[in-house]
Design a protein around this ligand. Structure first.
Ligand code: NAD
Length: 484
């Protein structure tokens, strides 16, 4: 980034408007500490203005009555525009949250535009109206948008998360007011502008930058019909409680502590690179990170040696340095939390067999890939989400024990099985209480449901299930004896 982006207006209802709030939210690079830009911090009045615009647009029918195929076409166009401006967008996201532009391009742009296109496909294929015959004869089941959506997202993959909120809400015909994380508001403004350029009508979309208070104003607003939240389990619990009090629809994508289960027959050499990547992608700042690697005791040393060899090459450094594989941790607070977990791992008796040194550059918020052995599943580093590049290797004696360890977690978001016997891998995957599993790798598929069991969340994103999360199902009963 060269010059900081100083934004003095808010993007409300698809237009730049003067804020009510006089507070400013400043954004600094997690890598260098340099200023990336600033935006107005939306207050309760600004949130109200955004929700009013969204409500008016919804009630007018300007978007919800646009045929689903046309809505899908606008979403596809937005994906095209994001790809056309990919370099600029990835550079901005990289400046805001610290991942390398290359990682932003793959983990966020590719994934984000992938989900947009998948939601467009889901809207095209969806049965918006369905005739059913029941006890009293014919009914018409109609799927309608849930209304005004309030979306609150985390900073770790902001481009992907933006697309994963705008995509389904707009495919369903909803209006949406999105609150980005305070660390990453600038890319949200740019992306919202792109959606307007793609054809979203006035009033339908807004961005309200801010922190917890801005988020709470959105959650508490009586004209918001549904909250969709991606963030920590602690915040999700607080938001769900407020939604519960209002009987407001609410879906939650929360934290994880996923297990990668390496079976006896795994091809260790072939698995090691992806096993390491799945654990420390995005500097470990990933809800789906496979941070508990469960290995058969007989193969323990072989797996650990292979992982250490790979992880040693994941060089931490400044995001713009072509040698960098691991960017900085987002801020001082998270950095202290991650290094605190590493200290805790040692004090609880685990052995750090790899600690790639962190470079003393920029903000100093770097943590090198760290691999612990001698971990038992009751240790803090095996139970809590670290959100840094830290992998815990846990040895097991038989498959039943591996499955029990994988399931012994408060979380259930992701996971993987590593084996040369794919059918066996699927059988093991079916026994894990978690929302998504991969065999010999892990990725979020844009067309298949994604979400958490247990404290990893409520609801599903992606695919038909993700679209349905933004719909109400209405039954219209026909007169007795009526046949259409
Ligand atoms: P966070 O919960 O602190 O903040 C997330 C967002 O919620 C931010 O925009 C924040 O301002 C807002 N917020 C926080 N408390 C709020 C409240 N009480 N009311 C309204 N808004 C509130 O999380 P974070 O540190 O930004 O993100 C990291 C967490 O997000 C990790 O736990 C990670 O696993 C999770 N995450 C989950 C997924 C998923 O899809 N399951 C994806 C990415 C990140």
């Amino acid at each position: 980034m060269t010059e900081p982006i100083e934004t003095t207006q808010l993007y409300i209802g698809g237009k730049w408007v003067a804020p009510h709030s006089s507070q400013i939210l400043e954004v600094f690079s997690p890598a260098t500490g340099e200023k990336v830009g600033s935006v107005p911090l939306a207050d309760e009045v600004d949130v109200d203005n955004a929700v009013r615009a969204a409500r008016e647009a919804f009630d007018s029918g300007v978007w919800r009555n646009t045929p689903p195929a046309q809505r899908a076409a606008v979403i596809r166009r937005a994906a095209e525009l994001i790809n056309e401006r990919g370099g600029e967008i990835c550079a901005l996201v990289s400046a805001e949250m610290g991942a390398t532009p290359g990682d932003v391009a793959t983990l966020q742009q590719l994934a984000g535009t992938g989900v947009l296109n998948a939601y467009a496909d889901a809207a095209d294929a969806y049965e918006w109206e369905e005739k059913r015959t029941g006890l009293f004869g014919e009914s018409l089941v109609v799927r309608e948008p849930v209304g005004v959506v309030g979306a609150i997202i985390a900073w770790n993959v902001p481009l992907f998360l933006f697309c994963n909120k705008f995509g389904p809400a707009l495919a369903a015909g909803c209006s949406i007011v999105l609150k980005p994380a305070p660390e990453t508001p600038l890319n949200a403004n740019l992306l919202a502008e792109i959606f307007t350029e793609a054809g979203i009508p006035e009033g339908v979309i807004s961005v309200v930058p801010g922190g917890v208070e801005t988020g709470q104003a959105l959650v508490d607003h009586p004209d918001v019909d549904k909250i969709t939240f991606t963030g920590s389990t602690a915040a999700g619990r607080a938001i769900a409680a407020r939604c519960g009090d209002q009987l407001k629809r609410c879906s939650l994508e929360l934290g994880g502590k996923s297990a990668a289960i390496v079976l006896e027959d795994a091809d260790i050499a072939a698995s090691a690179p992806m096993l390491v990547f799945s654990g420390i992608l995005n500097s470990g700042q990933a809800c789906v990170a496979q941070t508990r690697v469960l290995v058969p005791r007989s193969k323990h040393d072989e797996v650990v040696d292979a992982m250490v060899a790979v992880a040693s090459t994941f060089t931490p450094g400044l995001p713009d340095d072509p040698e960098t594989k691991v960017g900085p941790i987002i801020n001082d607070k998270q950095h202290a939390k991650v290094t605190g977990y590493i200290a805790k791992g040692k004090s609880e008796g685990a052995t750090a067999v790899l600690e790639v040194p962190a470079p003393e550059i920029g903000t100093g918020n770097f943590v090198g890939p760290t691999i612990f052995t001698g971990v038992t599943n009751d240790m803090t580093i095996a139970r809590e989400e670290i959100f840094g590049p830290v992998i815990s290797v846990i040895a097991y004696d038989d498959l039943d024990e591996a499955i029990a360890i994988a399931n012994d977690s408060d979380y259930g978001l992701a996971g993987s099985v590593w084996t040369t016997d794919i059918d066996k891998g699927v059988e093991v995957a079916k026994q894990i209480r978690t929302g998504t599993m991969g065999i010999n790798w892990y990725a979020i598929d844009p067309s298949s449901p994604f979400g958490g069991y247990k404290k990893s969340g409520i609801g599903r994103e992606n695919g038909r299930e993700g679209l349905e999360s933004y719909l109400e199902h209405k039954a219209i009963l026909m007169p007795m004896g009526y046949t259409s």
